[in-house]
Design a protein around this ligand. Structure first.
Ligand code: NDP
Length: 246
């Protein structure tokens, strides 16, 4: 997938799926802005990736905080950069049965998983509109499309991303900005490994391909949606789940 000359921003790119996406977009030729909220961690990672001859830069902000996002875009604007690709990947998982859910959990989950998509899309789409071209890729979840017990908050935050994706796709099409979502199933990262052994096995059993997915299997689809190979694809939710049944 040739992404030469394109500039991308990936949120939550210090580990897991986000790191793989950032790495692979850069490997395909894009200049990639690596987002994280821990400045030291982000700068260390940027140095490591630069040593692999990848073109990456830091983009430090807490995506759940509007002012933090605004500040980061303000300094980005000073660099006079364009933006072609935004991947809204940052997310948290904090499962609880509905009777046990706290207001704090609801607010933190929606701020991180959902509000962030609106915050980042607002600023990114302004940059993209200047060039009359762009691709926004939102990482939702199979829990957002299908739901699951104990995951009303997380599922709600991920389902909302689908409404945002479809609405923005319609609103921004006139500016040649495409907006799509990916709904991963069960992917091998710290997040999926945080469940108990019993739940882990239960999840594997529910996958037709009988194995956990790899972060690279998400980043391959991101690369397609970021590239001109998907130039007529917008408003879609692409399941990448090995045939998982929930
Ligand atoms: P990880 O927990 O491995 O990584 C999440 C990343 O998001 C971390 O880098 C984390 O940074 C970052 N992040 C969290 N909150 C913020 C914030 N407020 N501001 C900036 N960055 C933040 O998760 P995954 O890689 O597994 O998940 C990536 C995305 O994919 C998430 O949106 C998740 O919901 C989704 N997903 C994952 C699935 C899976 O099976 N793994 C399945 C379906 C969807 P820090 O290290 O600072 O916490």
């Amino acid at each position: 997938m040739n992404l030469d000359g394109k500039v991308a921003l990936v949120t939550g790119a210090c580990k897991g799926i986000g790191l793989q996406i950032a790495h692979d977009l850069a490997k395909n030729g894009a200049m990639v802005y690596i987002n994280g909220r821990d400045e030291e961690k982000v700068k260390k990672l940027v140095m490591t990736l630069c040593n692999e001859n990848l073109r990456v830069r830091p983009f430090i902000c807490d995506v759940s905080d509007y002012d933090s996002v605004k500040l980061a875009f303000r300094s980005y604007a000073k660099e006079g950069k364009k933006l072609d690709i935004l991947v809204n990947n940052a997310g948290i998982l904090d499962d609880a049965l509905i009777g046990m859910v706290s207001l704090g959990q609801i607010e933190k989950t929606f701020r991180t998983n959902t509000y962030s998509v609106l915050f980042l899309s607002q600023y990114a789409s302004r940059f993209m509109a200047r060039n009359n071209k762009g691709s926004i890729i939102n990482i939702s979840s199979i829990i957002g499309t299908n739901g699951n017990e104990g995951q009303a908050v997380y599922g709600g935050s991920k389902a909302a991303i689908i409404g945002i994706t479809k609405s923005l796709a319609k609103e921004l099409a006139i500016k040649n900005i495409r907006v799509n979502a990916i709904a991963p199933g069960f992917i091998d990262t710290d997040m999926s490994r945080s469940v108990s052994d019993a739940v882990f096995q239960e999840r594997i059993n529910s996958i037709a391909m009988k194995r956990i997915g790899l972060p690279s299997e998400i980043s391959n689809v991101v690369a397609f949606l970021a590239s001109d190979f998907s130039s007529y694809v917008t408003g879609q939710v692409i399941g990448v789940d090995g045939g998982m049944l929930i």
